[in-house]
Design a protein around this ligand. Structure first.
Ligand code: MG
Length: 399
């Protein structure tokens, strides 16, 4: 089997810097999307890619390489306050010696796809808050793509002492194409378009077309892709560097070409025919951040709802022996205390005993106008009762 490949990376149409890093050598491929401030993102993704490649070339297993990369990024962040909190996603692929299968590992929301016999399959599962909601059946994939918390990651390399990658064994056959990409691609174009562009032309053409499509759709983030083609016929290894893509404003993103480095890493065998289910171990701190954000949104919604309810509530009550109209609920709700919005000229002792008792306990009305009508009626009722009880009226009644 012949393996040929191409990489392409671009800062996009909005951002000035490119915090993605990419590495490809025909055996080992990685895309890393850094985060953590202006400087941190660049450093985190670059350090991770360097540490991963060094560890693998040194004979480490993929998971050991992940641990080494995590340690390097975490240590660098611990030493320099300017880099504190930096981290990176990682999606990497390692081709076995027989070139019949690929081990894919991922942390975060950079992805791997396999195009086989015209069908595109997503190999990786994003380590994001919204993916957990999708997995739990709370929202659909479509809702997740526009969810306001879609960028909240639940697993990141380099922000804690330990991180574990999901691992997938992917058998490959003649004609298959493997894509590694940062979220800048999938946030901009649909999977149907990804399948179409990934299939067309050689890896160089496909990689270039994918990045250009992301930019044409808005290019709101850095976009990085690795396209790997597996074919039974002979082919030429190709590589796109930053000047090969139509746009010229590229920022740093290392790409490696030339002779293949010596590779001593152990590839597990035998290979299963199905993708291996991922294990899910998310750093507690990141999961906590997601939970706190969700809780804050829910609390804000509750406070807003109570505030609206209170502002549309009125009642007739008493303020210093005077009948008054209050906005709010009798006794108050949470920290929303009722307050007087209209002092009437009516004293409580001018009203009949029955109405007085009602007002002392608060007479709830749906609007301030209705509250005023109640006071007016109460006053009229009291006047009528007074007239009925006066000596003049008694006399006229006797006559
Ligand atoms: Mg990104």
């Amino acid at each position: 089997m012949i393996v040929d490949f191409a990489t392409a990376t671009d800062p996009g149409m909005v951002r000035n810097s490119n915090q993605d890093s990419v590495y490809a050598d025909g055996k080992f491929f990685v895309v890393a999307d850094g985060m953590g401030g202006h400087a941190g993102g660049d450093v985190a993704s670059r350090l991770a890619v360097e540490a991963l490649s060094e560890a693998l070339l040194d004979g480490a297993s993929p998971q050991e390489a992940i641990v080494a990369a995590n340690h390097r990024v975490f240590e660098a962040a611990s030493r320099d306050p300017a880099l504190e909190g930096m981290g990176t996603t990682v999606t990497m692929a390692i081709v076995n010696d027989a070139k019949t299968a690929v081990e894919v590992l991922n942390i975060g929301d950079s992805r791997a796809y396999l195009l086989s016999r015209g069908e595109l399959s997503k190999i990786t599962s994003d380590h994001t808050f919204v993916q957990e909601l999708v997995d739990a059946g709370s929202i659909t994939e479509e809702q997740a793509s526009t969810h306001r918390a879609r960028h909240v990651l639940t697993r990141v390399l380099g922000i804690g002492n330990y991180v574990e990658a999901d691992s997938f064994q992917v058998p490959v056959q003649d004609g298959d194409r493997l894509l590694l990409c940062s979220d800048g691609l999938v946030n901009e174009i649909q999977e149907a378009q990804i399948a179409e562009l990934l299939a067309a032309g050689d890896p160089t053409a496909a990689a270039t077309a994918l990045v250009n499509a992301a930019n044409a759709a808005g290019g709101s983030d850095n976009t990085t892709v690795v396209v790997i083609r597996f074919s039974a016929e002979s082919g030429t290894r190709q590589l796109v560097d930053r000047t090969d893509v139509a746009r010229t404003a590229f920022a740093s993103a290392p790409a490696v070409s030339g002779n293949l480095p010596r590779f001593k890493g152990q590839i597990p065998a035998p290979l299963p025919t199905q993708l291996v289910e991922r294990s899910l171990i998310a750093p507690p701190a990141i999961r906590l951040i997601g939970f706190v954000i969700l809780l804050s949104v829910v609390l804000a919604a509750v406070v807003l709802a109570v505030s609206v309810y209170v502002n549309h509530s009125f009642y007739v009550g008493v303020s210093r022996h005077q009948v008054a109209i209050y906005q709010g609920r009798v006794g108050g709700i949470l920290w929303f205390k009722p307050h007087v919005v209209d002092y009437t000229s009516v004293r409580l002792d001018q009203l009949t005993q029955g109405v007085r008792d009602q007002i002392i306990h608060g007479v709830v009305e749906p609007s301030i106008a209705k509250a005023k009508t109640f006071v007016h009626n109460a006053e009229s009722q009291a006047k009528a009762a007074k007239v009925a009880a006066s000596p003049a009226s008694l006399l006229s009644a006797v006559a």
